[in-house]
Design a protein around this ligand. Structure first.
Ligand SMILES: [Zn+2]
Length: 146
């Protein structure tokens, strides 16, 4: 009912808080009003429906395991760019190959183009002499929602 949606600085939804809590955030200037109820005020503030954090908050800590791993998620996280040559990527590379026990985890998978994936084969990036251009990380929910 009177819950206020908190959204991240990048507009990713985070959670709901009470109106009282939202007002405290406004007073502390950690959030600003993004959407308010017309014609209703609480003290000096319009009654907020949605407040937006002033600074981006990394949301990974909010979840013990993060979003569930998926191929589409990895491609999305990496912006469909190959981790090895930065070209357009359509495949998922296992950094430690699956044949050697590498698992489907955010940290062990990266977007790769077909050519690099084939070239790397059953080797690690170090063995193949193909350094990763970026560290594979667990994406935040907000990042995946974009
Ligand atoms: Zn490539």
């Amino acid at each position: 009912m009177d819950a206020v949606l908190v959204i991240n600085a990048d507009l990713g939804p985070l959670h709901r808080v009470t109106v009282k809590h939202a007002i405290r955030m406004l007073c502390r200037r950690v959030a600003e009003i993004y959407e308010a109820e017309p014609d209703r005020v609480i003290g000096v503030f319009p009654l907020p429906r949605v407040v937006r954090l002033v600074r981006y908050v990394v949301t990974r800590w909010r979840f013990t395991t993060g979003p569930t791993w998926s191929r589409a998620g990895v491609l999305g996280r990496d912006g469909r760019r190959c981790a090895y040559c930065d070209g357009p990527a359509s495949t998922i590379d296992h950094i430690l190959p699956r044949s050697r026990g590498g698992r489907n985890t955010w940290g062990n998978t990266t977007a790769a183009c077909y050519g690099c994936n084939q070239r790397k084969g059953d080797r690690t990036p170090a063995e193949a002499g193909m350094p990763l251009r970026r560290e594979p990380v667990t994406p935040s929910w907000a990042a995946l929602a974009r």
